[in-house]
Design a binder for this molecule. Structure first.
Ligand code: NAP
Length: 313
């Protein structure tokens, strides 16, 4: 990406709006607040926005109200239907409240076709829209080390870099929707990595290894991964709190499979991982974190790693 242009945003010239203060949004938004940006926030459940309000963010009653007080509006909600509702609803949505020249930045993992639709609707109002989904988990959000995949107008992405850089590293991927396509490819890679991680653990267990020792040993070798770093320790301590919700991963993998169908593409690793994650939902585990995949492998093999979890990673 070319260097940042002279009219880059700063706390003195840009009011920021934020829609969705859940696991990811709350931490990401806090970085902007800490850097002196004026922030207006909206969340469906107000209590989840309270920590930000306590630190100086203004609370708005709707996405429309956020946008009417902001120059740049970020969103990170749950599903594509939520994105459509918070951005495109003609009465309460952010685009309806945004002034010409304003920018929407949707960081939800969502459908590429919806990102294209939002970009067209924004352009028709004299506004801009960037799809900018992220990867790096709840820790990446907390530490400001997310990978951000941006689609849309490149000069806008450059202009917004001072905001993106507070959350992580922005990668410009191309026209509207390409940020989402990059994130979906990212999810396809993570899906099989997670399957490999928990399969290795079950194998190590059956072979009589100390599973914690095994994870420590592989972490600096070729089988080391961000998934192992993020989730190995949580699996070892049977901590299945999200993190990254199983329900959201099933959503992502479903979008990936739909896109594969459109492209005439066969990705058997993706399909297998999706089925295993759907089995977690079937067991009522959709609100656990994605590290709960170990439970599916334990059920499949009628084993429980719990007694062997003596070491920590
Ligand atoms: N967690 C991760 O590690 C991670 C990593 C990368 C990407 N993502 C993606 O980022 C998105 C958010 O993930 P998250 O973990 O932050 O989920 P989350 O904790 O459920 O946060 C989503 C937030 O958006 C709000 N929201 C959802 N739908 C809404 C609607 N229709 N109107 C108003 N507010 C709405 C929710 O409100 P309520 O509080 O009322 O539920 C919640 O506070 C998902 O698309 C996910 O796939 C997550």
């Amino acid at each position: 990406m070319a260097p940042i242009s002279g009219d880059a945003v700063s706390p003195s010239n840009t009011r920021v709006g934020w829609i969705g203060t859940g696991v990811m949004g709350q931490s990401m938004c806090a970085h902007l607040l800490n850097s002196g940006f004026t922030l207006t926030v909206f969340n469906r459940t107000i209590s989840k926005a309270q920590p930000l309000i306590d630190r100086g963010a203004h609370l708005a009653q709707s996405p429309f109200a956020v946008a009417s007080q902001s120059d740049v509006v970020f969103s990170i909600v749950g599903y594509p239907s939520d994105v459509r509702s918070v951005l495109l609803d003609p009465n309460s949505g952010a685009l309806a409240g945004l002034r010409p020249g304003g920018v929407l930045v949707d960081m939800t993992t969502s459908e590429p076709s919806l990102a294209v639709e939002i970009a067209s609707a924004a352009a028709a109002k004299g506004c801009a829209s960037i799809d900018a989904p992220v990867s790096g988990g709840d820790r990446g959000a907390k530490n400001g080390t997310l990978a951000i995949f941006a689609g849309g107008d490149e000069s806008q992405v450059r202009r917004l870099n001072p905001l993106f850089s507070l959350m992580g590293k922005v990668n410009y991927m191309g026209s509207p929707g390409r940020g989402q396509f990059a994130k979906l490819a990212n999810q396809i890679t993570i899906a099989s990595t997670m399957v490999g991680l928990v399969e290795g653990m079950v194998y190590a267990y059956k072979a009589g290894l100390d599973v914690g020792l095994y994870l420590n040993a592989i972490s600096t070798g070729a089988a080391g991964s961000k998934s192992l770093d993020l989730y190995g320790g949580r699996i070892m301590s049977r901590d299945f709190e999200p993190g990254f919700f199983v329900n959201h991963f099933v959503k992502d993998l479903g979008i990936c499979l739909k896109e594969c169908q459109n492209m005439g593409l066969a990705l058997p690793g993706l399909a297998l991982a999706q089925q295993l994650y759907v089995s977690l939902k079937a067991h009522g585990e959709g609100n656990l974190g994605t590290q709960a995949l170990i439970l599916a492998l334990e059920r499949l093999n009628n084993v429980s790693l719990r007694p062997s979890l003596t070491s920590t990673t």
